[in-house]
Design a protein around this ligand. Structure first.
Ligand SMILES: Cc1ncc(COP(=O)(O)O)c(C=O)c1O
Length: 449
């Protein structure tokens, strides 16, 4: 029998939630309808909000319109996939043109894969060879497999609170919404034992663990900025130490740049000046269509099976719709438009959010802080500087949720957990001013200042 969540009793809710409920009856109806057949009423866990998700009907530029017809400034941008905003004309034209020619052929298309690989290599030169995938999950799963195959060592190491999608190794201590030590059920036996956990931004402790485990450790995977845990950047010193120790121990270092591949013109690795052995990409790479990539050093990627007979390469990778022409066409149009000027614009907006939140917190005397880099930001309600998953968990998630809901009432759509957001090209300085005013109004409505 389907489990249907009961609505919360109206008298027990605060002003912000009461306003949300009054504004969004069609979202509530959609939730009640959808959750019967779909757990949580949302696709793939995205859009989770309490008391129920906001359902979106359409989007254009920097805006989305919810089921009740409200227009909101969209700081989610499709879960970080639209740095150019929704409905970018050149991406739409590229998709439409490819639609006329054919979505996919099974046989390879001659130009698009080549064009996209060249654009990727201009941005991320360490991607000497690459394979395209359907998702970030597939990309990180494959990169880890390649790392283990190359070294011949069985274990992988990941960061406490690191999110790399939902394959077995990745869901250990992935930090999302829950106690980081929680181990979900249904994993291949031995998964937990084969995953070594590393602390974030603690170079000495990381070095100690990697050296102790080195004989069995095939790969270390790290997000240069913890995304799902709240946009928490790694320090340059930390990444440099990971680079040095993994090189000395013969362990493959993977940067998961599924989110950060559009952080400036050369991803997080270019920004930090630390080059991994393998990189994974996704999210914005496909211009909104499903596309990821994994790649890096030629000698490592040479292990992946090729289309040439005999099929004697040791690592298997196949994907029916991974890197199909329609997604590649959107990806080319996306990367071609992500110029240094575009990056400078969205990064300046990101700085405006972070410094504006800092100034607001000081003026109001509240423990609110903004983390992030470039166009990405996350808000935390704690006076402890947020640098890893443990410090992220000192943030009051109930207050943060109320802030997200309040911002939504005020016309700004953010991620409900950690009030995360990403800026896009069509946004302006006035949008950020409006966001900061909405934030202040929400704090006042909730008697938080
Ligand atoms: C850093 C990182 N890696 C991997 C993934 C998984 O990507 P996908 O949802 O496309 O499978 C995500 C998704 O949020 C991510 O943030």
């Amino acid at each position: 029998m389907a489990i249907v969540q009961e609505p919360v009793a109206e008298q027990s809710i605060g002003r912000t939630e009461a306003r949300y409920r009054a504004r969004t009856p069609k979202s509530r109806a959609a939730f009640e309808r959808n959750q019967v057949a779909v757990p949580g009423g949302v696709p793939g866990g995205l859009g989770v909000m309490l008391p129920y998700p906001l359902y979106i009907e359409r989007a254009q530029g920097r805006h989305v319109w919810d089921a009740d017809g409200h227009r909101l400034v969209d700081l989610l941008n499709g879960d970080w996939v639209f740095p150019l905003g929704h409905g970018n004309p050149k991406i739409n034209a590229a998709i439409t043109a490819q639609l006329q020619k054919g979505i996919t052929f099974c046989q390879p298309e001659p130009d698009l894969q080549y064009a996209l690989s060249q654009l990727i290599q201009e941005r991320i030169p360490s991607m000497e060879r690459m394979r395209f995938t359907t998702s970030g999950t597939e990309a990180t799963m494959m990169a880890l497999r390649v790392g283990r195959a190359f070294t011949g060592r069985p274990k992988i190491a990941k960061i406490m609170g690191g999110y790399h999608g939902t394959h077995d190794a990745s869901v250990i201590a992935n930090g999302r919404y829950t106690d980081p030590t929680f181990v979900p059920r249904g994993l291949i036996p031995g998964t937990k034992e084969s995953v070594v956990l590393l602390p974030y931004n603690q170079p000495d402790e990381c070095e100690r663990i990697i050296r102790a485990e080195a004989e069995e450790l095939g790969a270390v995977i790290v997000e240069p900025m913890l995304g799902g845990s709240g946009m928490i950047p790694a320090t340059k010193e930390y990444l440099e130490r990971l680079r040095r120790v993994t090189s000395e121990c013969g362990v493959v270092l993977i940067f998961d740049e599924v989110v950060t591949c559009t952080l400036g013109p050369h991803g997080a690795q270019g920004r930090m000046g630390v080059i991994p052995d393998l990189t994974t990409m996704g999210k914005a790479l496909g211009g909104g269509l499903p596309l990821g990539a994994f790649g890096g050093r030629s000698d490592i990627m040479d292990l992946v099976d090729s289309a040439l007979y005999p099929f004697d390469r040791p690592v298997r990778h196949a994907s029916t719709v991974g890197g199909i022409p329609i997604c590649l066409a959107a990806g080319v149009a996306q990367l071609e438009q992500l110029t240094p000027e575009v990056h400078a614009h969205i990064e300046a907006l990101g700085e405006q959010v972070r410094s504006g939140v800092g100034a607001l917190a000081t003026r109001l005397g509240v423990p609110l802080q903004a983390t992030g880099l470039g166009q990405f930001f996350g808000l935390h309600w704690t006076s402890v500087p947020v640098v890893d998953i443990d410090t992220a968990f000192t943030s009051d998630s109930d207050i943060i949720g109320r802030i997200a809901l309040g911002l939504c009432n005020e016309g700004y759509l953010c991620f409900y957990f950690n009030v995360m957001g990403v800026l896009s090209l069509p946004m302006t300085s006035e949008d950020i001013e409006g966001f900061l005013q909405a934030l202040e109004a929400t704090l006042k409505e909730n008697d938080l200042c």
